[in-house]
Write a protein that binds this ligand. Sequence first.
Ligand code: HEC
Ligand code: HEC
Length: 367
Amino acid sequence: MKNMRRLYTLAFLVAAVLLLTYCQPDPKSNGGNNTATIGTPYNLQVPKGFPQPNIPADNPMTVEGVKLGRHLFYEKALSGDNSMSCGGCHFQERAFTDATPVSVGIDGIPGRRKAMPLFNLAFHDNFFWDGRTLTLEEQAIIPIEDPIELNADMATVIQRLTDNPLYPPMFDAAFGSPTVTQERIGKAIAQFERTLISANSKFDSVRRLKTGASFTADEQLGFEMFTSEVGDCFHCHGTVETNFLLGAFGRDLQFVNNGLKANYTDQGRAEVTGDPGDVGKFKVPSVRNVEFAFPYMHDGSIPNLDSLIGFYNFGGHKHINVDPNMKAAGIGRNWTVDQKRGLAAFLRTLTDYEFLTDTAFSDPFKN
Ligand code: HEC
Ligand code: HEC
């Protein structure tokens, strides 16, 4: 009898402990750190044949986080004088790059580099022309505080967002409490940026998805040049197998000197590593959407597609660090008029019109 009662007490205690551990405290009461339980999971559609996206464990994508990030990307309160947003240098219709050779920030001071196109960033593992930043979360904060970009004081930005009735509920939905923090701003923008996937060009229909669409004769000629020693672009800008995502996706050719200059004022990768052997090396940009991402290169010095092909036909300068894959550096390639036209035609097949006009990526304050 006594044993029975002890057993009942024990069973009750076990049940009580189980119940207590099961009923987690409301995530809102722990400062919202418990991101895994908040919001509606965002289902990022990874295109067939693309690698796994880089999504940090502490910033899972949610519908609410992406929505907040999109608003913040176009939010002018992120600049010192409320005049400019990320979208002021990264224009969707230009594959999120800028129209000018070097970007000009809120105080009219020109920067020294061209804004980079933004798409398929979920598959990158470093950011900026010199790769000095390794996560999108970290990257997003830099332009806000950069004196020649948005030139804002973070405490002021946080106060403005807190005072704007739009934002505390959006932070609450995305992160479990209405508190605006620098970390959450970076996380939300990064979530939005990871949704910027571009994989719907004519090239994709013809070669990646093999839908039955075909290249014109000019496009086919350019495709063969790009992917063979004739044009020799594939060593650096990737192949059909790597979906032209970036420099060869084996990640061995991420920073390269393509002989753009005889002398580099901007040292590129060497500014990060301090290695003289890295002078003039820059992150290999994607050739997707290149038709609309002009002017080209880290300094925006090549104005259009014709002059781009002119540069590679010239072969590049014989800089001491020029990559061995620039085999015609200082010599030139002597492409025919047909070959040049073909290469341009092929590069235009990499345009993804759906991406450039997708309203999911546009300014939410306008639509
Ligand atoms: C004044 C113009 C300007 C503004 C405003 C601006 N950017 Fe940029 N962005 C640039 C330039 C220029 C670069 C390249 C800088 C470098 O390499 O040092 C760049 C690079 C980037 C990259 C790196 C892409 C890659 O492939 O490595 C990302 C991501 C980015 N910007 C996102 C943002 C976000 C998010 C904001 C808003 C918080 C923003 N930018 C605001 C001009 C701007
Ligand atoms: C040795 C490696 C290498 C080879 C080969 C190469 N590129 Fe590049 N390419 C680069 C690098 C690095 C950059 C950026 C250089 C800079 O900004 O200073 C670049 C920039 C570009 C850009 C500018 C993109 C932008 O957003 O600014 C285009 C377009 C381009 N290359 C197309 C081609 C084509 C077409 C070929 C073949 C004819 C080719 N590349 C061959 C390494 C290479």
